[in-house]
Design a protein around this ligand. Structure first.
Ligand code: NAP
Length: 258
């Protein structure tokens, strides 16, 4: 094992389940010290124990990404426990389905708060330390939805992820002079707990059929892209979002994918 992340410290928001859990585990396997954050303790504790059982180093911090105090305390806790923040993998996000006809302002605002405001607050909380250290890698989990594709029922989600890509470009421009890279990974359809509970079996079957590779991706497929973007091998890449989708955005129609 190469231990590409030896001596690095990473915060993974939404690090307790799905894509975030995989990011936490793979960074730990590569030698990073990982601060796993999420709102619920059970899963966060479970991922930390699983990392410890395989010889890695991790701890958890309970935080809601839509709350400024939580994000500031998360960054503070990371510095207290591990002395620094080298990498922020900001991955927490939600994708509840609601058609525009039924969408309430409350539902719209929730998505803005968690997915978009959360991106700003997590970045804002970790930035000062990275600026002081003249080193930082920020990798944000975006989506093909809202940037390359659309899905009925996810207009609010699409708006947040389109906003996330805009944020990545602009933050990259501002932070480059401090040796901070800001990039994103845009997953296609990845089989996670959130996918199963929020979108369901019918969605999973239909989407799988539209993907040229014929299957949904795994959380590891996204985690390895995040690992690359957070590595020093990617030092000259900033403001980019890598699509990891099994070719989903390529065909002109479902017919073209057959
Ligand atoms: P998931 O299985 O539902 O996991 C979501 C993670 O985020 C959990 O750790 C959850 O923990 C945490 N989280 C949710 N709301 C939070 C909040 N307000 N504050 C802090 N943590 C919060 O989801 P996933 O499928 O892995 O998705 C992860 C990311 O990938 C999201 O940004 C999503 O938009 C993006 N994405 C996923 C797919 C896909 O196909 N799965 C496709 C494109 C993009 P708690 O509930 O304990 O807080």
């Amino acid at each position: 094992m190469s231990k590409r992340m030896k001596d690095k410290v990473v915060i993974v928001t939404g690090g307790s389940k799905g894509i975030g859990r995989s990011i936490s585990e793979i960074f730990a396997k590569e030698g990073a010290k990982v601060l796993v954050t999420a709102r619920n303790e059970k899963e966060a504790k479970d991922v930390v124990e699983s990392i410890a059982n395989t010889g890695g180093e991790a701890s958890y911090f309970l935080a809601d990404v839509s709350k400024q105090d939580d994000m500031e305390n998360m960054a503070k806790t990371c510095i207290e426990r591990y002395g620094k923040i080298d990498i922020l993998c900001h991955n927490a996000g939600i994708f509840p389905e609601t058609r525009l006809e039924d969408m309430t302002l409350k539902e719209w605002d929730l998505l803005m708060d968690v997915n978009l405001k959360g991106t700003f607050l997590a970045t804002k909380a970790c930035m000062p330390h990275m600026i002081e250290n003249k080193y930082g890698k920020i990798v944000i989990t975006s989506s093909i939805t809202g940037n390359k594709t659309g899905i009925a029922g996810l207009a609010h989600y699409a708006a947040t992820k389109g906003g996330v890509n805009g944020f990545i470009i602009n933050a990259a421009v501002e932070l480059a002079k401090y040796n901070i890279n800001v990039n994103g990974v845009a997953p296609g359809n990845i089989l996670t707990e959130g996918m199963k509970s929020q979108l369901g079996d019918e969605y999973i079957k239909a989407q799988s059929e539209a993907i040229p590779m014929g299957r949904m991706g795994s959380p590891e497929n996204i985690a390895y892209a995040a690992l690359f973007l957070a590595s020093d091998e990617a030092e000259y890449i900033t403001g980019q979002t890598i699509i990891v989708d099994g070719g989903q955005i390529l065909p002109e129609s479902q017919f073209a994918a057959k």
